[in-house]
Every structure is written in C-alpha cells, then in structure tokens.
Design a protein around this ligand. Structure first.
Ligand code: FMN
Length: 353
C-alpha cells in the first residue's frame, strides 16, 4: 500500500498545486470521518501495535502524534487515530475564523523531502471547530488524545494576545486533552515576539490562573499545557522560556515549529516556515537536546521536526523527548506511515531490551 501511495497516488497529488492537493486529501478524510463503518474498517485493516505511555496524566496508545497544521479545523481526528496516530493535535485555532495569508502559500521541496508554508493560521475559528469536535470526536469516544493548538488572530495586537489565547482556552477547556500555546509560527506577523519574557510571562500566568479557576469550578484536574517553540531562537531565549514554563506550571515543551532559515546553497527558496527532512531535524534535535539537559529530563518534551523514519523518530526519543509528532513525512510517505513507524519502533525497541 505504501508503494501504491508512492507510485500512483503521490505522483497524482504532486502534479497538483500543493494546497489544492491538501484540500482534496482533507475532503476525502472528512468524508471518511463521518462514516463510523469506514473508520472501523480502517482500524481493522491498518496494523497497529500498542505502545502505551502516560505523560502528564494523559494515556497515549503510542508515542507518535500528528503535528498541528495538518488538520487545522479538526475535520478528521478519528481517521488519523484509526491510521495509527497516538495523539492528534488540531489547529492552530484562533477565536475568530480567518482566511490566512494570500495564496500561493504552500510549496514542496522534493529534493529535501520538505515543505515551505506561510499559511498564516487559516482556520474556521474556535466556535465551529469546537462544535465539530464535540459532535464527531467527543472526549468519551476517543482512542487517541486530542491536543488543541491555540494562537492569536492576525489583527490582534501583541499587547492583547492573551485575550485571544484565553478565549480559545476557556471554550475548549472541557474538550481538550491538552493545549499547545503556539508562540512560534513564523507566518503571523510578530507572533514569535511572544516568546520574549515580557510577553510570555503574563500570557502563561493568565492561562495558568484560568486553568486553576476552571478546574475548581468544574471540579476536575487542570488541563496540561505545552508551549510550542521555534528552532530559530538562541539558547538564552530558550533557557528563559523553560524557566518561565516551570514557574507558571506549564507541563512541557513542543520542540519545534518550522524554521525560517534555509540550508546553505544557491537555490532561492520561497519565504515561510521550512519543515521536513534533515535540515529541520538537526535544528529541532539541538533544541530537544538542550532542553533535556537543562531540565535534567524533568520537563516533558514533545519532539517534532524532520521525522522521516524509525531512526529519526528514535533519535528524538533518545535525546529526551517523551512523545514525537510529524507532519511533512505524512505528505511524502502516505497515510500508512504512522502505523508502519509505530510497528517498526516497537520492534526495534524490543531488540534493544
Ligand atoms: C503546511 C503546514 C502548516 C502548519 N501549520 C501549523 C500550525 O497551524 N500551527 C503549528 O503550531 N504548527 C504548524 N505547522 C508546523 C508543524 O506542526 C511542525 O511543527 C513542523 O512542520 C515540523 O514538523 P515536520 O518536519 O514533521 O513537518 C505547520 C506545518 C506545515 C507544513
């Protein structure tokens, strides 16, 4: 099947505009999401192996998750779970619907197994996404935990960014298994400035106090929150983010988002965030390694960036990540990739023990 994907399906998709291909794929996956029978058939046919792990009080069926941005509107988390992902992160979600940046804004870099995107948080807004999730992927029916990645709207000034994060946080509080506070996408103007202490401290403080308040009123545990960081910051900035995260009861770090840097070479690449392949892998691994060492492996890390096979996934775990996520290799390797990866990793780990 993965050969069929590479030999037949991928050439057809790659003959189309990248965003159009993605929309067609999303359309098909959304149709399947609505059919319980189809999802059960996929679950039955796709070989999955359990590799259970509990992190921050959340039970994951395996360590490989879908990174944010693939299912921005929460249209098909059930299918992604049936295909073998051990957690699904949807979004980035903003309080209001927004169209994102001007098209074209998504490019393939096949020679590097990469993508470049400058999407700009195109999404349907918190209310419709929440309604869909409650209907199609409610908490009590999930086999893979659901992460909600939240961000600020395009026209919200940085000084008011907390309001946007809090709006989505509060609305999704009862539905999310965890939250990702995205302060690292390169495609919303100045968003990465939210990684600076003077913005990040009040933002994290306000989220933690809202979490505390809701957990008291709802008589339930606080929802774990992760911060997603950029691979382009220097280590002193990352050190400050990690310190703030532990001060403000943040559960862990997602390392990393896409990079704005480019491999050395003559090619004039498009602007936007680079994902996939060796280039981002090295960058995100350096960040994982740094945080794991800094925190003596005490702060959970979700490693993301450039996972293309068993070695690249295992490397992130070996460096100190507890979970990993991927996006770009799903485009290059096809829908069976998550289940193949999980099965191969279990096999590999059982050889080493
Ligand atoms: C087209 C595209 C859209 C993305 N959108 C988001 C997003 O909305 N929010 C986010 O936090 N990350 C987003 N990402 C970043 C991914 O979640 C991930 O961090 C990055 O692609 C590196 O992983 P990969 O090399 O496995 O793709 C996006 C990535 C791509 C390729």
């Amino acid at each position: 099947m993965s050969n069929i994907y590479k030999k037949v399906i991928r050439p057809v998709f790659f003959g189309l505009d990248p965003e159009l291909s993605h929309e067609i794929a999303c359309g098909i996956l959304s149709k399947i999401e609505k059919s319980q029978i189809s999802k059960s058939i996929i679950r039955y046919l796709v070989p999955t192996k359990e590799d259970k792990v509990t992190i921050c009080g959340i039970n994951f069926p395996n360590r490989i998750g879908l990174a944010a941005g693939f299912d921005k509107n929460g249209m098909f988390p059930g299918v992604m779970s049936a295909l073998g992902f051990g957690h699904i992160e949807i979004g980035t979600v903003t309080p209001l619907p927004q169209p994102g940046n001007e098209k074209p804004r998504l490019y393939r870099v096949p020679e590097e197994s990469g993508l470049i995107n400058r999407m700009g948080f195109n999404n349907q807004g918190v209310d419709s996404i929440l309604e869909r999730i409650e209907l199609q992927y409610p908490k009590h029916k999930r086999s893979s935990p659901l992460g909600i990645n939240i961000g600020k709207g395009k026209s919200t000034p940085l000084e008011k960014a907390s309001d946007d994060y809090l709006t989505s946080f509060e609305k999704f509080w009862q539905t999310a298994d965890y939250f990702t506070i995205n302060v690292s996408s390169p495609n919303t103007k100045n968003l990465r400035e939210l990684q600076q202490v003077h913005f990040l401290e009040p933002l994290l403080k306000s989220i933690d106090s809202k979490n505390e308040k809701l957990s008291k009123t709802q008589k339930s545990e606080k929802v774990p929150c992760f911060i997603k960081i950029s691979p382009d910051e220097n280590y002193s900035v990352i050190e400050k983010i990690v310190a703030l995260a532990s001060e403000q009861n943040i559960s862990g770090i997602i390392a990393t988002n896409t990079t704005c840097t480019r491999p050395v070479g003559k090619k004039n690449y498009e602007s936007g965030g680079w994902s996939g392949g060796e280039f981002i892998e090295r960058k995100s691994n350096n960040v994982i390694k740094f945080i794991a060492k800094l925190t003596e492996n005490k702060m959970p890390i979700i490693g993301v960036g450039g996972i293309t096979d068993t070695d690249t996934a295992s490397r992130k775990l070996d460096l100190g990540a507890q979970l990993v996520q991927l996006y770009t290799s799903l485009v290059y390797e096809g829908p069976l990739f998550p289940s193949q990866l999980t099965c191969r990793m279990i096999k590999r780990n059982s050889w080493f023990t």
